[in-house]
Design a protein. Sequence first.
Length: 589
Amino acid sequence: MSGTITKVSGPLVVAEGLADANVSDVVRVGSQRLIGEILNMTGDSASIQVYEETSGLGPGAAVETTGMPMSVELGPGMLDNIYDGIQRPLPEMRALSGDCITRGTDVPALNREKKWDFVPVAKPGDRVIAGDVLGTVQETSAILHKIMVPPGISGEVVSVESGEHVVTDVIAVVKDAKGVEHRLQMLQRWPVRIARPYTKKYVPSRPMNSGQRIIDTLFPIAKGGTAAVPGPFGSGKTVVQHQLAKWSDVDIVIYIGCGERGNEMTDVLMEFPELKDPRNGEPLMKRTVLIANTSDMPVAAREASIYTGITIAEYFRDMGYDVAVLADSTSRWAEALREMSGRLEEMPGEEGYPAYLASRLSQFYERAGCVECLGSDDRQGSVTAIGAVSPPGGDISEPVSQATMRIVKVFWALDSSLAYARHFPAINWLTSYSLYVDTLRPWYTEQFGEAYMSNREKAMHILQEESELQEIVHLVGQDALSPADRLTMETAKMIREDFLQQNAFVDEDAYSSYAKQFRLLGLALHYDELCREALSKGADMEALFTISAREKIGRAKMADAGTFAADYDAIDALMKKEVEQIAAGGEDA
């Protein structure tokens, strides 16, 4: 079915003669067959957002509907790849048209020529239901891709074809209860705006180990949880996202560069192929899908990129994998919503954002979670959604930040003053929070005993006390504080500089295991405990603050995992010996 254009306003095109079309249908616009999606219908008039540059389009040009909603292709070949916001493979588009990609370039998301070695799991005669694994493909050296029965199909396996196949080959035939035979390929299609189904959703109960001490110890996120990283320009949002992508203990990473600068995406493309996965030594790209829709790419496709990423994540989740979706940034996505809303002449909400901003954000974050997947083998998978927020001027009272805070359960507030002081990650420990602490407490207790969470609470208390004491110091100076308060300030400084601060450019410090975090924080707290006892015996305060073990604690975080345990025991013994000697001198005096 086709219609004709009556109006063009930037990425918004209005066409008439599409009475039989539906909202969310994909259309082809103009002689170059630009990709678009119907936003709303009024009679036979459709408002369409076009995912490419519309210059040159005018009234009278043809619009043809495909009758299908905006969908992604799911199957082998997605990993170690980079797509634009509507899942067009950028490397293949570049090979076709050069560095300047021409409009209307139509390349399938999955390579139709590459052959994959399909190893069947099911056999003829087996009864299968939606989600059951038919066979596997070793997609990369790091990930085994499971070919599943698509949702809505169940029945008896009639035939299975092993061996090398392209994604469009029929690899199995399933006959349903009505006798209809379904010819299944390795390729599935799924509408991006509809969440993929699952059997049951669980309360997240396992933490996601990011290797970042302030996150893992103070403000943990659960696998299947949601988090936001808000902060002003230059405070390190993108670096935090990169660190999470590099070191998190998830199986798959979906990184969505949504509206950020192109050079940031270039950094990812240059750096990730050279990075080794700490779990298996393989290149990190072998378990990563990159979606690039940077600030110089079409605005409408930026809005779709978030849904493209979360749909790909749900597909890998359905295989039983733990997936992290990193969206950088949801503010740019919201700005794309605002632009399209304005062109549609909708009633604006606060600061010009559409009234449905909060509900659209909710639709994205609620697709995260820890679920029991479809199928008869009790697979469990998770999608963890982490979105960066870029409030103008760092003001988190603006609508995107406020709507996000009402939805997510972890809030890592980046602070420009910490960034300017070269304290990274620049997460402010006084304004950040995690609502997963109580949920994850049983896991931490089982792994490390009661001491882990007890140390966390002590550290948080010391940091909050330091904040209160800082006000006194600003008024009357540090000399007016009592020895106990001076010790609190010193311990807080140790926690900040020796524990919370990390250097992403030093391999030994860029990532910290739970065991290393536990012991490192334990050193600072043990120092506080020993010194308080010594002060009660009349020990010299200045002598306590200058013991040689202090410097060794600061350097301990740079030790590699192999030597850290031995260093820890030696430092702890030295610290205890030095403090006891000073305390003995105080008692003699």
